[in-house]
Design a protein around this ligand. Structure first.
Ligand code: GLN
Length: 211
């Protein structure tokens, strides 16, 4: 049977992620309850506000079941706040925000600072063939450091699309993969380019076929 991908529907661009997964030819369903989580083979965690999402995960009694599924190898893709939630450690977070784990990285929340708080640039992403990916960053995190099992798939180029030097952001990792877990600092659901979702769908197909 073809795998079903859930989209965590507590906050963020849920509709856009559902559409992007459907465009890959897989069934996509919103997930808001533990029983809905039980019924999916993989999960997309959208952007939003990681501190709020962490609180909502507890309110909706999803935090522990989701940690359990990710720990057991369920494929997950986190964008922006989703990346923050998947990280093992957060810098510049709130002391009470909770982590799902799954990704052996330290992320810095709101890393790009006020001047370039939100911006777009084109990135080469390993595993995404063809032209560079237009990446939209909105109060995004970056990966400050990554463990040995983590592949860096994309880094910030030295000059952004608008011609502004990326400064201390240059070279920072903004797309990573560790086994079944994929994460991007940016929001591919906003551009109509489905190739990052297609990468996730291919990871899901590969890993669920092997299971
Ligand atoms: N700054 C947000 C956070 O800390 C993430 C922003 C986003 O997901 N677009 O969670």
């Amino acid at each position: 049977m073809s795998p079903v991908i859930g989209v965590l529907a507590l906050q963020g661009d849920v509709r856009e992620h559902l559409a992007a997964v459907s465009a890959c030819g897989l069934r996509a369903v919103p997930v808001r309850r533990p029983a809905e989580l039980d019924a999916v083979d993989a999960l997309v965690i959208p952007g939003g506000e990681s501190t709020t999402m962490s609180r909502l995960l507890e309110t909706f009694e999803l935090l522990d079941p989701l940690r359990g599924r990710i720990g057991a190898g369920m494929p997950a893709y986190g964008s922006c706040a989703g990346m923050i939630l998947l990280a093992s450690e957060v810098l510049n977070g709130r002391p009470d925000q909770k982590q799902l784990g799954g990704l052996d990285v330290v992320v810095r929340r709101n890393a790009f600072g006020r001047q370039v708080d939100s911006f777009e640039t084109d990135l080469r992403v390993d595993g995404v063939p063809g032209a560079p990916v237009r990446a939209v960053f909105i109060r995004a995190p970056w990966v400050e450091s990554a463990g040995p099992g983590v592949q860096v798939l994309a880094t910030v180029p030295p000059v952004t699309l608008t011609g502004a030097p990326a400064g201390r952001a240059a070279g920072r990792a903004v797309a990573v993969r560790q086994g079944a877990v994929l994460a991007t600092s940016f929001h591919p659901e906003l551009t109509g380019d489905g190739r990052v979702h297609a990468l996730f769908c291919s990871i899901v197909r590969e890993l669920t076929a092997a299971a």
